[in-house]
Design a protein around this ligand. Structure first.
Ligand code: ZN
Length: 250
């Protein structure tokens, strides 16, 4: 399933007819309890679950992402948040997708784990389609957009849903890392936090009072491995349906 662990012959035999999933993440602070690669762990974990269900291949993830925004990721002031310029991310993704198509890849899925990446990855896909033939189809999936209202009501029954931007290093991301990589979660460091004020516009450079000092933007203590598993299965089922609808039965 993992392309980086295949031989070239194994890759060659699958690339032309299987779905190829490219996880894209970020190296970004995720509170005192989650690792910098949280936005990689989640899409890679989902990609593996989808790959198992539909026989897809998972490309080596893009580990870095576009710049962290204070209102959705805490911003650039935290040590460790290491970001790419938008054009760098676009061209990195484009180079990878172009070569994958050159090898015969036709069914591509970009599994994004970082809110701020969306426009730059979409740009890469648009530029790719100018180059490659009509037979290539690319899906861009942001996992949080697939979560149903019913699932949100269930997950946030106690905490209350704050909107996806604030859900950084909080209930959903913590639960998903507890499920995919429990050894990476510092359980004794999980806190609830919130900004002192949440402006409806962007300020550059960001002032201190719009970013909680912990880096957790909402309630992380309501997270659990069980919620993570439920959410991961929910999103995976949705993506499997999408893959079968858009790429045909695998
Ligand atoms: Zn994140």
């Amino acid at each position: 399933m993992l392309v980086e662990e295949m031989t070239w012959e194994e890759y060659r035999d699958g690339v032309g007819h299987k779905i190829l999933i490219l996880p894209v993440g970020s190296i970004e602070q995720h509170g005192p309890h989650l690792p910098l690669n949280t936005d990689v762990v989640i899409p890679k974990g989902l990609a593996m679950m989808v790959a198992e269900a539909v026989g897809a291949m998972v490309l080596p993830p893009i580990l870095y992402g576009y710049k962290s925004h204070p209102a959705s990721g805490g911003g650039p002031s935290f040590p460790g948040t290491t970001s790419l310029d938008g054009s760098t991310l676009t061209h990195l993704a484009l180079d990878i997708l172009r070569d994958t198509c050159r090898h015969g890849g036709k069914k591509l899925m970009v599994m994004n784990g970082h809110y701020e990446n969306v426009a730059f990855v979409a740009e890469a896909i648009d530029l790719l389609l100018r180059e490659v033939k009509d037979s290539v189809r690319v899906l861009l999936v942001n996992w949080w957009e697939l979560v149903s209202d019913e699932m949100l009501d269930e997950l946030f029954a106690e905490a209350g849903f704050p909107g996806w931007e604030m859900e950084h290093a909080a209930l959903t991301e913590t639960s998903l890392v507890q499920y995919f990589a429990p050894e990476l979660v510092r359980e004794d460091r999980i806190v609830d936090d919130q900004s002192e004020r949440i402006p409806k516009y962007s300020i550059f450079p960001p002032p201190d009072d719009i970013v909680p000092s912990s880096g957790t933007l909402y309630k992380a203590t309501y997270a659990s491995r069980e919620k993570g598993e439920k959410l991961a299965r929910h999103v995976t089922d949705f993506i499997v349906d999408i893959a079968r609808e858009e790429f045909g039965r695998q």
